[in-house]
Design a protein around this ligand. Structure first.
Ligand code: ATP
Length: 306
């Protein structure tokens, strides 16, 4: 029995990892043939081609019957625009990305892409239209090249390198002794969170989806890494409908719209400038993050005397 327990336990762990972290989910579903939370309607057509308009309309959601997580959330990301979701931990930001990728169905309201309710189309076509850069990308035990090229099977060497350049990871890769042939993953070179996220961005550039879901890593990044990730995010989101789940407000300044989520409700929305002028919860969060950054910079400038 114990021999059976261990693999089953691992499978349960892998399932939670995937659902919560949105990691390499298509591949993992294939490999482990895991049950999915939601099923295609019989005879559901694929998502029809379109410019990539995303709308959440009065969305209510609960993971468990007795606890509502999202309350009447509406938002619209017009084709090619970037909308950022910010808010305290537990507000429901990642839940929004899980619903868009249809790991779960809404309890009320609807989510549409180019007018089509995402429950009415095949999950395969839905997921093919969305590129996800998750918080923590799990890399395959293979070369860096494979890990990027996985974004589009049959891709060329030039395309892989170009994607890596746009994602600002090419220079790092060629500085490794084996370059693109370096083995990464659990049994190879361990990349930092920022490096892994840039590999994921390169992969997404190759996949060329019309919709991008960027789940910013919560871990603290040094200023340079953060700037590089922001630059590569700008690159991959150009011309694409982008939803950014942001933990640092520095990431969202340039967004077309910022949606502030508090306890599963939209508390405020607007551009960075408009929200600062409003002097509400966003302005408050912004001031606190600015103060924390200034404090951290001061500590670096004045190291404690020995
Ligand atoms: P953070 O900034 O910490 O990542 P978040 O705003 O992304 O937080 P979510 O991960 O969307 O928050 O979680 C919203 C709420 O839903 C939390 O209270 C969380 O405990 C709950 N929740 C998340 N995942 C599940 C789950 N699989 N089952 C039950 N409750 C969950």
């Amino acid at each position: 029995l114990i021999q059976l327990y261990q693999p089953l336990n691992m499978l349960g762990f892998a399932f939670r990892e995937i659902r919560d972290g949105l990691v390499n989910m298509e591949k993992m579903f294939d490999l482990l043939q895991m049950p999915e939370e939601v099923a295609d309607k019989p005879g559901a057509p694929p998502l029809a081609a379109g410019p990539g308009a995303v709308t959440f309309e009065h969305v209510n959601f609960r993971y468990e019957a007795d606890r509502q997580i999202l309350h009447d959330v509406s938002l619209a990301v017009p084709p090619g625009h970037t909308v950022a979701i910010v808010g305290p931990s537990g507000a429901g930001k990642s839940t929004i990305s899980r619903i868009l990728y249809r790991f779960y169905d809404v309890a009320g309201g609807r989510v549409r892409i180019d007018g089509q309710d995402i429950r009415d189309v095949t999950q395969k076509s839905l997921r093919a239209a969305i590129g996800i850069v998750p918080q923590d990308t799990v890399l395959f035990n293979d070369t860096v090249y494979y890990n990027i090229a996985y974004g589009r099977p049959g891709t060329t060497r030039d395309e892989v390198e170009e994607a890596a350049r746009l994602a600002r990871i090419h220079d790092f890769i060629v500085s490794l002794p084996k370059g693109y042939e370096t083995m990464v993953g659990e049994r190879g070179l361990k990349l930092s969170g920022g490096e892994k996220q840039r590999v994921a961005i390169a992969r997404t550039i190759l996949k060329n989806p019309r919709i991008l879901l960027f789940d910013e890593a919560t871990s603290a990044l040094d200023t340079r890494t953060e700037q590089e990730i922001l630059a590569s995010l700008r690159e991959v989101s150009r011309g694409r409908t982008t939803l950014v789940i942001a933990h640092r407000l520095s990431t969202v300044i340039d967004s077309d719209e910022i949606v502030v989520l508090m306890a599963g409700r939209v508390a405020e929305r607007g551009s960075h400038a408009a929200l600062l002028a409003r002097n509400g919860v966003y302005a408050d969060m912004w001031r606190r993050q600015q103060e924390a950054a200034a404090e951290a910079a001061r500590k670096v400038e004045e190291p404690p005397s020995l």
